[in-house]
Design a protein around this ligand. Structure first.
Ligand SMILES: [Zn+2]
Length: 70
């Protein structure tokens, strides 16, 4: 981990249930038969993953773009 990295995702988010600070966690997603890993804010206590609409849309656009290249 880079201690100088202040741009971590979800750095100031907290879990609504646990009030625990969310930590960037590598999570696997699958979409249109493709699977990929990305870091998303997740609760270290209950494991709840928080995906913003912006993030989801960004990843989806990325996947769709890669499909179009073929
Ligand atoms: Zn939680």
């Amino acid at each position: 981990m880079n201690p100088d990295d202040s741009g971590e995702p979800g750095g100031n988010l907290t879990c609504g249930r646990c009030q625990a600070r969310l930590e960037p966690t590598k999570t696997q997603f699958s979409y249109l038969g493709h699977s990929f890993h990305t870091e998303v804010p997740a609760c270290p206590v209950c494991g709840q993953v928080f995906i913003s609409e912006e993030l989801a849309r960004g990843r989806m656009v990325e996947v769709e773009t890669s499909l179009e290249d073929k």
